[in-house]
Design a protein around this ligand. Structure first.
Ligand SMILES: Cc1cc2nc3c(=O)[nH]c(=O)nc-3n(C[C@H](O)[C@H](O)[C@H](O)COP(=O)(O)OP(=O)(O)OC[C@H]3O[C@@H](n4cnc5c(N)ncnc54)[C@H](O)[C@@H]3O)c2cc1C
Length: 378
């Protein structure tokens, strides 16, 4: 069996790992000239953690472990310090926190020996044949496969080619993330500072050289024109008044604007994720947004479960239908939670979703940990 996978992000690489393990031949097509890394922290818990454990047993070594979170005021002064132990208690034992870039690198290392990669390439046309799918690529080649997986993110070209336009639901937010080469000034060692203000969040993490990162999200009624302005201008305008680690992060961003992840926030809502021998996976199919805090986890779990469904059926379209039936309720729930959470603030990851809850002030009371964990892993 042969699969063409469009997109070498978390979903595409995880699918290549899983299918490769099940004996599939895979070709991964990525539009960027080289593998893209970067991005802020992702928390993997629940089905995402289970899938990571199966697909990437070595990932635990990249766990960022415990660090303190400091909620700060606009000028950078601390407002509330949340000890590392509390974060650990909130997320529970079966959880891991990694840089998105580390997760991608680990998947790439796992899959590199057994998958073919074609960078700087995208899909231009898709035709379904009786027992195969015919994929035309931008390098002029034509590939035949048993399955085409569109894992090319929220702006998926595979989705457009097969399902047409109109599935992306824009939300009034813009998000930016940038890796920092050294410890950001104004952020204590092994700490993350988070400013959460009305309609905007800035989080800067200091885990040492090459292990530091900044995340920004803000509400915007004109995300498209913000994107046109570019990350330096738009994030500077939205966060330039803040203190703490933010000025250092913005300075670094100004020096390396191309390294930033910068996008408008949108969900993808579709009635079907597959058609014949084409399936969409990850953000391409169901982008839940960062406000759900489960985008990477769902991409991993979706890929792993897709492999399981394909192993259990000889008939590809039937396998895709069964896979979607099982996964859809969780995705629908996450999308609803994201829309709800978004009204209050713009949290950078799952832990912050919980942190934003006012109950944070009560968690030091004895006996309340179980309640906390339930809320955090919801
Ligand atoms: C560089 C980067 C940084 C990110 N940082 C954050 C972050 O800090 N916080 C956060 O919440 N989310 C971030 N995300 C999004 C997050 O990774 C996803 O929401 C989640 O992991 C689901 O992954 P995915 O593989 O479905 O999509 P993505 O991670 O978006 O991966 C899609 C891949 O497909 C490639 N691609 C896109 N279009 C085409 C095309 N037409 N042809 C071929 N390939 C294509 C992209 O270059 C990318 O490699 C980031 C994404 C990227 C690409």
């Amino acid at each position: 069996m042969r699969a063409v996978i469009v997109g070498a992000g978390v979903a595409g690489l995880a699918a290549a790992v899983r299918l490769g393990r099940d004996g599939w031949e895979t070709l991964v097509v990525e539009q960027a000239p080289a593998r893209r890394s970067g991005g802020y922290l992702v928390n993997l818990l629940g089905p995402g953690f289970d899938a990571a454990e199966r697909l990437l047993p070595g990932l635990a070594a990249r766990d960022l472990g415990l660090f303190t979170t400091v909620l700060v005021r606009a000028d950078g002064r601390p407002k509330l310090t949340v000890p590392a132990e509390l974060a650990a208690a909130a997320l529970g034992k079966r959880a891991i926190t990694v840089f998105r870039g580390d997760l991608e690198s680990a998947l790439f290392a796992e899959v590199r020996p057994c998958a073919d990669f074609r960078f700087g390439t995208t899909v231009t046309a898709v035709t379904q044949e009786e027992n195969a799918v015919r994929v035309t690529l931008s390098d002029g080649t034509v590939e035949h496969a048993d399955l085409l997986i569109g894992a090319d993110g929220v702006h998926s070209a595979t989705r457009t080619a097969v399902f047409g336009d109109g599935w992306r639901v824009p939300l009034p937010y813009v998000v930016g993330a940038v890796d920092l080469p050294g410890p950001p000034a104004g952020v204590p060692e092994r700490s993350g500072t988070t400013f959460i203000g009305p309609g905007r969040t800035a989080a800067v993490i200091n885990l040492g050289p090459q292990r530091s990162s900044a995340f920004f999200a803000y509400r915007s009624e004109t995300p498209r024109s913000d994107l046109d302005r570019g990350p330096v201008d738009a994030l500077g305008a939205a966060f330039g008044d803040l203190g703490g680690g933010v000025p250092d992060a913005l300075r670094h961003l100004a020096l390396h604007p191309g390294a930033a992840y910068f996008d408008a926030v949108s969900q993808v809502v579709m009635p079907r994720w597959s058609a014949g021998r084409v399936v969409l996976l990850g953000d391409a199919a169901w982008c839940v947004t960062l406000f759900a805090g489960h985008g990477a986890g769902l991409a991993l779990a979706g890929a792993d479960q897709l492999g399981a469904a394909l192993s259990a059926h000889d008939d590809v379209p039937a396998a895709l239908a069964g896979w979607e039936r099982a996964l859809r309720p969780e995705v629908t729930r996450r999308q609803a939670l994201a829309r709800r959470g978004m009204r209050q603030y713009a949290p950078p990851n799952r832990f912050h979703v919980w942190l934003g809850d006012v109950t944070v002030r009560a968690v030091t009371l004895p006996g309340i940990r179980t309640l906390v964990r339930r809320a955090a892993t919801r």
